[in-house]
Design a protein around this ligand. Structure first.
Ligand SMILES: CC(C)(COP(=O)(O)OP(=O)(O)OC[C@H]1O[C@@H](n2cnc3c(N)ncnc32)[C@H](O)[C@@H]1OP(=O)(O)O)[C@@H](O)C(=O)NCCC(=O)NCCS
Length: 145
């Protein structure tokens, strides 16, 4: 579940992609017909300067394409891109429960690092989130800002 209340339209998605690509990767997966079936991107994890070696990662796959490895492939490619840019840590924030997301993230190497209860109000109830963590490497301060 996304914590957004209204679905972003195409113009808003274009704006987000452009903004993200200033500093982070945004990847898309296509099927054999060239239709987009999923995407993955990274953003900064919190705003303060000391967090700049950590990226928050997100993966979305269209319902019809789920369960076929697309999400895992996107996640692995995203982690490779972050590693190549010198990032040290990837964090996925998962709204709970979300077994497909937990399995997909753990399959590619993330491990649970803690939960926060009742931090999001959506769909008529309080929702918990969980942090899933993956160490990418040493994090080279010379490679990134
Ligand atoms: C989470 C998500 C990205 C996974 O993508 P995917 O392409 O379906 O994942 P994969 O096919 O690579 O599957 C990876 C693992 O998840 C499991 N999985 C996938 N769909 C599942 C489902 N509906 N129920 C249970 N497990 C599921 C797979 O079995 C596999 O686990 P395994 O290796 O132990 O068998 C996708 O389900 C999705 O877009 N969900 C909605 C958006 C979302 O929640 N994004 C994550 C935000 S943190």
């Amino acid at each position: 579940m996304s914590f957004e209340s209204t679905a972003p339209d195409a113009a808003e998605m274009a704006r987000r992609i452009e903004g993200t690509l200033q500093e982070h990767p945004w990847l898309v997966a296509e099927d054999d017909h060239g239709d987009i079936v999923g995407y993955a991107y990274a953003t900064g994890f919190r705003g303060r300067h000391a967090y700049r070696f950590t990226a928050e990662t997100s993966v979305y796959v269209s319902p019809a394409a789920q369960g076929r490895g697309v999400g895992s492939e996107l996640a692995i490619a995203l982690l490779d891109a972050l590693r190549a840019s010198g990032y040290r840590t990837a964090v996925a924030v998962i709204t709970l429960p979300n077994d497909p997301s937990i399995r997909m993230h753990e399959r590619v190497g993330y491990r649970e690092a803690g939960r926060l209860p009742a931090v999001g109000w959506k769909a008529g109830r309080w929702n918990d989130i969980g942090y899933w963590h993956l160490a990418l490497g040493d994090g080279d301060p010379l490679e990134i800002r």
